[in-house]
Design a protein around this ligand. Structure first.
Ligand code: UD1
Length: 321
């Protein structure tokens, strides 16, 4: 059993990681400023501390009170690409300065292990398979802040023996815990494909906008590597449980690509609903295709694309009840 501090544990991926940690009988503390996370997404078996990772005092207090924390898991980031273009300073503050302060507080309180949430967006304009060792070349502020976070971690862990840091580059997490109780932000307009499709399936939207159908892909729409958030969470927890890796980063995806139209088809199949779609212009900054070249040893794929769609749909139904 480990004692784990999950920063950002009230958000989409963090809350699923918390469930997974609890399933494996770890002792879980959540630290979250609740700006994009929700209190009711935190498992009742975890202790929630409300605070911001840029607030060093708040972090110091946590580490002083719990001086037996084995590892910190970091999920407390801002992740919306267009917003990062409009408000870069907020992204650098939260995603870079936040990581620096967190590391500083960990260092002063003698905490040596951290697992960091990074993203496939560090690869930039992917046009097919992403090889783990491909050069990084993020094309928007969000991706750049994540890459800077990785570099910070790397430099910090290299500076002193005994420190361990790994960055996990997530591809496209979708779906929700089948309980239907936790998932993505229920209130705001979504940013990603799957919530838009599920809102279309429950009738909250009349149609899905397909952002471009003239890409050089099998059906003209962009291809992504979707992974069920529960499979992702279990991979992240496995990375924590197995202890320090030899590599500074690791890609977590499903190693399979689906186009926008293919995901729509699967959602139609599993829900039995006809989903209207309208072809819209390409979305700026979209990669043509982004699929990881191999399955990480941490990943076990227990959920199919059908499960991903169905769980996302169930979550949406729950919100609209
Ligand atoms: C996006 C970010 C990525 C980030 C991730 C976080 C961009 C360019 N990338 O990933 O850096 O890590 O979110 O969750 O924003 N689509 C439609 N109609 C819609 C919505 C999306 O056709 O209404 C298409 C998009 O054009 C894209 C695919 O669906 O081809 C997936 O989009 P999305 O779910 O937003 O994920 P990414 O763009 O891959």
């Amino acid at each position: 059993m480990m004692k784990v501090l999950v920063v950002g544990g009230a958000g989409y991926i963090g809350s699923h990681a918390v469930l997974e940690l609890i399933k494996d009988h770890h002792n879980v503390l959540v630290f979250d400023n609740l700006t994009s996370g929700f209190e009711d997404m935190v498992s009742e078996h975890a202790t929630l501390i409300v605070g911001d990772i840029r607030d060093k005092n708040a972090l110091d207090n946590v580490f002083k009170k719990h001086n037996d924390i084995d590892v910190v898991m970091h999920f407390a980031a801002k992740i919306v690409v267009p917003e990062s273009v409009e408000k870069p300073l907020e992204y650098y503050s939260n995603n870079v300065e936040g990581v620096r302060v967190l590391l500083e507080s960990m260092q002063e309180n003698n905490i040596k292990n951290i697992v960091f949430s990074s993203t496939a967006a560090v690869y930039g304009e992917a046009s097919g398979v992403c090889f783990e060792d491909d050069n990084t070349n993020p094309i928007n502020p969000y991706g750049r802040t994540k890459l800077m976070g990785e570099n910070l971690l790397n430099d910090w862990s290299n500076a002193k023996q005994g420190r361990h840091a790994v960055a996990l580059r997530y591809f496209n997490p979708v779906g929700a815990d089948p309980s239907g109780e936790i998932g993505e932000d229920p209130y705001d307009t979504p940013n990603n494909l799957m919530p838009f499709i599920s809102q279309t399936a429950v009738g909250r939207r009349d149609y899905l906008q397909v952002f471009g159908n003239d890409y050089d892909t099998r059906d003209g729409t962009c291809i992504r590597d979707y992974i069920h958030v529960c499979d992702l969470a279990s991979a992240i927890v496995k990375a924590v449980e197995e202890g320090p890796t030899n590599t500074p980063y690791e890609c977590l995806g499903s190693n399979t690509g689906w186009s926008v139209l293919e995901v729509l088809d699967v959602m139609e199949q599993v829900t039995g609903k006809k989903l209207n779609r309208v072809v819209a212009p390409r979305r700026e900054g979209d990669a043509v295709a982004s699929v990881v070249d191999k399955l990480s040893d941490f990943v076990t794929l227990s959920k199919s694309i059908e499960d991903m769609c169905l769980d996302q749909y169930k979550l949406e139904i729950g919100k609209n009840e």
